[in-house]
Design a protein around this ligand. Structure first.
Ligand code: HEM
Length: 497
């Protein structure tokens, strides 16, 4: 079956005669504009343009050159790229029962090399689905918020306490700093407290060097992934390249630390004979549920831990940066938070239902600075997009970064406007920062609650300012990062008037 309102004959040579009721005859796959005839030459040009760091800018430029659909071959990756929300809708409707993303080859190569099991992030087919269905109930079901919010709220409050201490120690009634390291610790503390039901203590003055090493390993794992995306990792491994070795060391560090945390919980569960009174965390819940093998649980919990650090911390850093650039919007958010606090009388779950502008701010951050530059799916069936036939099994990428900056999709896209996400506006296939459908981000519920609670506490306590005349761009290291340190100044509210 072909999506889009068409009369269709399924044999490929007939594609030229396919008739789309909306726009006439459908054009064949080979006529999609773009540079896809010589993957090796394209890879060379991509490398010359420093494409590994500028992938998002190159995609934007390609849409400007070729229009809303283009085909591209870089190295061995052959993909069709799209930008319109309506086309995204067609794509996701054709993702099938087992949605499949672009494989991040170096990640899979590491698992093979070290004989490690894949979790849901890297599994496919029925194996992915059967694991994901069980994990969904424990990780992304809205009901779980009751368990997660008290834990994440405590971490948010502790972060504020830490900032107050830093300000006091500095003696200047303010703290100017690059918050990224602090935010990495905050994010790891948050995700660990939900996964293990207990605190790691990363927001104290002394932190476990192993935890710091874990954070460094995640950053290194992402950094070393992008240069290896278009070259077979087996080749890099054979020639003993530095980037492959660093990548292996980074994953080794991630697995080692996650394993230590997991072993700790096992030990406690074995010793604990009493009735569990408080929520024991995702890991213990999964073990007690006994529906997944221990190896599968370990693999996915390790991925949740690794996926839960740079993603939320960088999104929060960009959000603070945007709010520092837009003091009036910062005040609007603060006013919304004050009203929500008064109405919900200390009930944080209720409070989270009353902060649409704060939620809009996070969506606006992900529009302008998406963690993932693109979403990808292999089509499970033939589809028609922009009047081109796209056969089943094609890799199609939705350019999230490009879509977020397209004036046809978002009027005045350069402006940071959290209010554009309020209910009165059209959002059809526009809010896709966490992906879409059954394969969307598994950590979404944790990430959203963590970031909303962080902003509540920070904006209740501090005014955020930035240095004038410093404009920050982004660089691609598998996820999108600021291209230079973002220096922010935090001032306590009571005394900064
Ligand atoms: C701002 C924060 C975050 C953003 C923007 C984000 C974004 C994404 C995106 C775009 C995907 C791919 C979805 C798709 O293909 O449709 C994804 C997948 C995933 N994310 Fe996140 N993420 C965030 C935080 C987290 C956190 C905190 C965790 C862990 C607690 C996490 C764990 C995962 C996992 C395990 C997957 C793979 C799911 C699967 O393949 O079934 N993410 N994320």
């Amino acid at each position: 079956m072909v999506r889009s309102s068409v009369r269709y004959s399924s044999s490929m040579p007939m594609v030229k005669q396919v008739f789309s009721e909306s726009s006439g005859f459908v054009r064949p796959f080979r006529e999609i504009p773009g540079l896809w005839k010589n993957g090796v030459a394209n890879l060379y040009n991509f490398w010359k343009m420093d494409g590994f760091k500028n992938l998002h800018y190159i995609m934007l430029q390609n849409f400007n050159t070729f229009g809303p659909i283009y085909r591209e071959k870089i190295g061995y990756y052959d993909s069709v790229n799209i930008i319109n929300p309506e086309d995204a809708a067609i794509l996701f409707k054709a993702e099938g029962h087992y949605p499949k993303r672009l494989k991040v080859e170096p990640w899979n190569a590491y698992r093979e090399y070290r004989n490690q099991k894949c979790g849901v992030l890297l599994k496919d087919g029925e194996d992915w689905r059967s694991n994901r269905v069980i994990l969904n109930k424990e990780v992304i079901s809205p009901k779980m918020l009751e368990n997660f919010v008290p834990l994440l709220d405590e971490v948010g409050q502790d972060f504020v306490t830490r900032v107050h201490k830093k300000i006091q120690r500095g003696g200047q009634n303010k703290w100017t700093t690059d918050l990224s390291q602090e935010l990495f610790k905050f994010a790891l503390e948050s995700v660990s407290s939900v996964l293990y039901g207990e605190r790691l203590g990363l927001l104290q003055d002394y932190i476990d060097p192993e935890a710091q090493h874990f954070i460094d390993c995640i950053t290194c794992m992402f950094k070393t992934t992008s240069p290896m995306l278009y070259i077979p990792p087996s080749l890099l491994r054979r020639i003993g390249s530095k980037v492959w070795k660093d990548h292996v060391d980074a994953w080794d560090g991630i697995f080692k630390h996650a394993d230590r945390c997991i072993q700790n919980i096992y030990r406690q569960l074995r010793q604990d004979t009493g009735v569990v009174k408080k929520y024991p965390g995702v890991l213990a819940s999964l073990l007690m549920l006994d529906k997944l093998s221990t190896e599968d649980i370990k693999a996915s919990v390790t991925e949740l831990m690794a996926g839960g650090v740079d993603t939320t911390s960088i999104t929060l850093l960009w959000t603070l940066y945007e709010l520092a650039k837009h003091p009036a919007i910062q005040e609007d958010l603060r006013a919304e938070i004050a009203a929500a606090r008064a109405e919900s009388q200390g009930d944080m779950l209720e409070m989270l239902k009353r902060i649409p502008l704060v939620k809009g701010a996070l969506k606006e951050t992900l529009r302008l600075h998406p963690v993932a530059v693109s979403l990808q799916r292999y089509t499970a069936e033939d589809i028609i997009i922009q009047n081109y036939h796209i056969p089943a099994g094609t890799l199609v990428q939705l350019g999230l970064y490009a879509m977020g900056r397209d004036p046809k999709v978002f009027p005045r896209p350069e402006q940071y406007q959290p209010s554009r996400w309020l209910k009165t506006q059209v959002h059809y296939f526009r809010s896709l920062g966490f992906g879409f459908g059954p394969r969307q981000c598994l950590g979404r519920r944790i990430a959203e609650a963590e970031m909303q609670l962080f902003l509540i506490h920070m904006l209740e306590n501090f005014r955020v300012e930035k240095q004038r005349h410093v404009d920050v761009q982004s660089t691609f290291e598998l996820i999108l990062l600021p291209d230079k340190p973002i220096l922010l100044t935090l001032k306590p509210l009571q005394t900064s008037q």
